[in-house]
Ligand binder design. Structure first.
Ligand code: CP
Ligand code: NVA
Length: 298
């Protein structure tokens, strides 16, 4: 049987992701965690820096009785030209699952096509599916349900935004994206969605009635070299407490982090009373434990 991969939400239903989120909440509430992943080995191949994704996966599996090995891409023979397919076959015989962080989504696809163990996208230039699982879990933690109705995305339409686009279709919420001209979402990702994603012309219309207000850095890891011209284009796209006044009265603010205060968020935004960013970051641990159980045990 071919393994279940988690490169984006394709192939996952609302029900299966909801059960992962519910299990994440359950694991968070437990005083004593089960040894559900005893003797399971997780490999992490990271071509890019990470704080949350790396630590949450490594500690997450260890707490469930498993173990992990971190491999920066320069540690692997892949960096000297060993084919991705050969690496995938060899690691499949030694590990139980692998998390990959790469600037090249195609690498994830090639790896997974040659892998007999689950491959998890730990962030690519195209998607960050683990992040939005934690965002949805955080919404449920504070609202008791997943009836999000509307999310406002302010800023660069990047990999995290693309995963919101996929989530909007699955969970049937409206997503309003307010971004500068030239920073609209990837057209292929947009083609795959229903009619519940709109590009808003004004900040006000994007924020109106939104139950989640969210953003991310203006320059992602795969597109570094922020120019002054780019910064100028993003003027007016900073999320600040004033934005929360324009949203639903119980709206929460989320940010995947790391944040650049003074750019996509004002200096005071992360500590604003609507902000749940520290819960959101912690929830990466719990929801990814649930994801690992789902991919490895089901
Ligand atoms: N949000 C997120 O993925 O953080 P890291 O880059 O620190 O893993
Ligand atoms: N969009 C950001 C997310 C970091 C977690 C990046 O790709 O750098």
């Amino acid at each position: 049987m071919s393994p279940k991969h988690f490169l984006n939400y394709e192939g996952f239903s609302k029900e299966s992701l909801t059960s992962i989120i519910n299990r994440g909440l359950e694991l968070k509430s437990l005083k004593q965690l089960p040894k559900s992943l005893e003797n399971k080995s997780l490999g992490l191949i990271f071509e890019k820096p990470s704080t949350r994704t790396r630590v949450s996966f490594e500690i997450g599996i260890q707490k469930l009785g498993g173990n992990s090995i971190f491999l920066s891409s320069s540690d692997l023979q892949m960096s000297r030209g060993e084919p991705i397919s050969d690496t995938a076959k060899v690691l499949s015989s030694m590990l139980d699952a692998v998390v990959i962080r790469t600037a090249n989504h195609e690498l994830l696809e090639i790896f997974s096509q040659n892998s007999s163990i689950p491959v998890i996208n730990g962030l690519s230039n195209l998607y960050h599916p683990c992040q939005i699982l934690a965002d949805l879990m955080t919404f449920k933690e504070f609202n008791g349900n997943l009836n999000i109705s509307k999310v406002a995305w302010i800023g660069d339409s990047n990999n995290v935004c693309n995963s919101y686009i996929e989530a909007a279709k699955l969970f049937d919420f409206n997503l309003s994206i307010y971004c500068p001209n030239g920073y609209e979402p990837n057209s292929e990702v947009m083609r795959s969605q229903n009619n519940n994603v709109v590009l808003s012309k004004t900040r006000e219309s994007a924020l109106r009635e939104a139950k989640v207000v969210t953003t991310d850095v203006w320059t992602s890891m795969h597109s570094e070299n922020q120019t002054q011209e780019k910064s100028n284009k993003f003027e007016g796209y900073t999320v600040d407490p004033g934005c929360m006044e324009l949203a639903h009265k119980e709206a929460i603010f989320l940010h995947c982090l790391p944040a650049h205060r003074g750019e996509e968020v004002s200096i005071d935004m992360l500590e604003h009373n609507s902000s749940k960013v520290w819960y959101q970051a912690e929830n990466r641990l719990h929801v990814q434990q649930a994801l690992l159980e789902n991919l490895l045990l089901d």
